[in-house]
Write a new protein. Sequence first.
Length: 94
Amino acid sequence: MDKNKIKLIAFDLDGTLTQHKSPLGEENRKVLEQLAKKYKLLMAGAGMCNRIFNQMGKFPIDVLGNYGMQYAEEGHTWTKGNYTNWFFPLESYP
């Protein structure tokens, strides 16, 4: 695999970077900060995007939530079905 072709890194939250509904730890946050300098990051989780965003300490990252039914990017959340939209500030990626 050519590492120079990698553009995005996706992560699972609960049970991977954190325990279920636990805050993102400082060590993992520092790793994400370093990775974000080179790659676009995506956090995937079963919960709603706002819960994931808050669980991550509002770390600026794209979020795929609610079993893939909700996506948050650059401050906007899109949903499929009859879910309520909400907005939160995410930093734009270069």
